[in-house]
Write a protein that binds this ligand. Structure first.
Ligand code: ATP
Ligand code: MG
Ligand code: MG
Length: 550
């Protein structure tokens, strides 16, 4: 695998190591909120955080940011862990922000005692109205000057469940005319009488992200807290909380989130695709979720390679999905055995081949590396060829099959098309071929050359397999572009084509998850959900055509 490239974050870490800032330690964390399935954007953050820990011989924790009991579920915790491991990483320690609820509460009490936090009775709506705008300062809440004693009393009673949801919050007391709106007395705690997936009904008040995240980082002694650009303005609050509490202080660094063309990467929008039935679940192979990518047959190594190549930038941009596909092809070219399968069959009968004869040809799984193994493939008088490989009226440079032209059937024989059979509408329904018995193995002693080599399967031996041909889920580069209105207006109606393919019988007992190249057609994997013993279902991962411009 490629060595990690340097980037501006690694430069900061190098400088900190040089100056001895964190005693030579490097510690990061990956902090998902367990409110959905991870997508390839998260993979960027995973590769960055775990990759840094690996390369600097540091540590990286898994931390579930589970402060919103309404949206979080154990199902998501499990899938996130499985996805991180599948990507090839493991955490030093696993934590839940909810494990820190007692400590967070104590820190909130400390802020009140320092005169730096107060209980506010304004409604959420009123708080918004008091906040001001980018050009207008905010206004103080009438509750801002409560005494420390009154604030302590009210906060305890919030904790004890005496007040209704939304009736009171705890706010930091900073500055309502601060130029950074995040700093205008942000909410630290809210009342939410809902059971939590880990703490049950112990708590009816829950800490907000901005309060929780920095303290969790501090408790764990994270050195570099990497987050996406939308948290840039929150860094000032991150620093304020830790400085005010006078506790250990990690460095927050922001990087650009991954945006990928022809895709949306946001749990909120991906949930809509699932709930509204545009796709068949989170693991639909068209989804950019990790479970979807995996089921599509995209190898973890290709995702790591992709994340390495896109690097880490300080400004948002849109990455071409062709780069991901390129990484997938490079990986599968190395690892996927070649087999023969026909997606759109046309029957072909070799009129001079003995009726009941079957020959078995030994074929290498990797033509350039035959030592990696072979299998036997049957050949007989009746074959299926790829319909696109035949043209009745063929231009001179069409090096496949046409009336009177000779081609090679891969590893088998040279054949010539001598006739075609048509139905009443004039559609070609069958090809009549003649073979040259002197060309066994697919070459000729007399040295005559043929330009085209076609894949084929023996009709009587082939396995009939449900096969899904996937295309991009959206028709435009940036579905989120306002000019399209709702992003769902840009969904590709033809992103899934179901066909019956005919594949060589060696695949009968292929394990779910197996990845193969259908020669000349693309990379396919055996679907992990719908395949049955003896009856594989195939998902097309990518075609062979690479549109990545280097
Ligand atoms: P979404 O907007 O899809 O819901 P999120 O940021 O709310 O994503 P979290 O579970 O909070 O999801 O994210 C965990 C980590 O992954 C965070 O550090 C977040 O910054 C990072 N992350 C999420 N999306 C991306 C992305 N597209 N590119 C890079 N990092 C991302
Ligand atoms: Mg989030
Ligand atoms: Mg989000």
């Amino acid at each position: 695998e490629t060595a990690s490239r340097t980037n501006f974050i690694r430069e900061v870490i190098d400088a900190d190591l040089e100056s001895g800032k964190y005693d030579g330690r490097v510690q990061t964390r990956f902090p998902p909120e367990p409110n959905g399935y991870l997508h390839i954007g998260h993979a960027k953050s995973i590769c960055l955080n775990f990759g840094i820990a690996r390369d600097y011989e540091g540590r990286c924790n898994m931390r579930f940011d589970d402060t919103n009991p309404l949206t979080e579920e154990v199902e998501y915790v499990d899938s996130i862990q499985a996805d991180v491991r599948w990507l090839g990483f493991d955490w030093s320690e696993r934590h839940f922000a909810s494990d820190y609820f007692d400590q967070l509460f104590e820190y909130a009490v400390q802020l009140i005692k320092k005169g730096k936090a107060y209980v506010d009775d304004l409604s959420a709506e009123e708080i918004r109205e008091h906040r001001g705008t980018l050009t207008e300062p905010g206004t103080n809440s009438p509750y801002r000057d409560r005494t420390i004693e009154e604030n302590l009393d009210l906060f305890m009673r919030m904790k004890n469940g005496e007040f209704e949801d939304g009736s009171r919050v705890l706010r930091a007391k900073i500055d309502m005319s601060h130029p950074n709106i995040v700093m205008r007395d942000p909410t630290l705690y809210r009342i939410r009488k809902a059971p939590h997936h880990r703490t049950g009904d112990k708590w009816v008040i829950y800490p907000m992200y901005d309060f929780t995240h920095c303290i969790s980082d501090s408790i764990e002694k994270v050195t570099h807290s990497l987050c996406t650009l939308e948290f840039k303005n929150n860094r000032e609050l991150y620093d304020w909380v830790l400085d005010t509490l006078e506790v250990y202080h990690p460095q927050q660094i922001e990087f650009a989130r991954l945006n990928l063309s022809y895709t949306v990467l946001s749990k909120r929008r991906l949930i809509q695709l699932v709930r509204e039935g545009y796709v068949d679940g989170w693991d639909d192979p068209r989804m950019p979720t990790m479970v979807g990518l995996r089921r599509r047959g995209i190898p973890a190594a290709a995702i790591r390679d992709f994340c390495e190549r896109i690097g880490v930038a300080k400004a948002d941009n849109l990455v071409d999905i062709a780069l991901l596909e390129h990484c997938v092809r490079e990986e599968l070219n190395r690892t996927a055995p070649r087999i023969m399968g026909v997606l759109n069959p046309i029957k072909a009968t070799i009129e001079n081949y003995p009726e009941d004869q079957v020959e078995w040809f030994e074929m290498p799984y990797f033509p350039d590396e035959p030592e990696k193994g072979t299998r036997q493939v049957p050949f007989s008088r009746t074959l299926y060829l790829e319909r696109d490989d035949f043209r009745e009226e063929a231009p001179r440079k069409f090096f496949r099959l046409a009336p009177g032209r000779e081609v090679r059937l891969r590893y088998a024989y040279y054949v010539t098309c001598t006739d075609v059979i048509k139905d009443a509408e004039g559609n070609v329904t069958e090809l009549i071929l003649r073979y040259d018995p002197e060309t066994k193995g697919g070459w000729s002693k007399d040295g005559r050359k043929v330009k085209g080599t076609l894949h084929w399967v023996s009709a009587n031996h082939a396995l009939e397999c449900e096969t899904r041909l996937y295309d991009r889920l959206f028709t435009v580069e940036n579905p989120m572009d306002k000019q399209h209105g709702d992003f769902k207006n840009t969904i590709n109606e033809d992103s899934l084509e179901m066909v019956t393919s005919y594949v060589e019988p060696s695949l009968k007992d292929a394990e779910p998850g197996l990845q193969v190249q259908f020669e000349r057609l693309g990379y396919f994997c055996v679907d992990t959900r719908d395949s049955k013993p003896g009856q594989p279902v195939f998902n097309r991962t990518v075609t062979l055509r690479d549109s990545w411009a280097r």
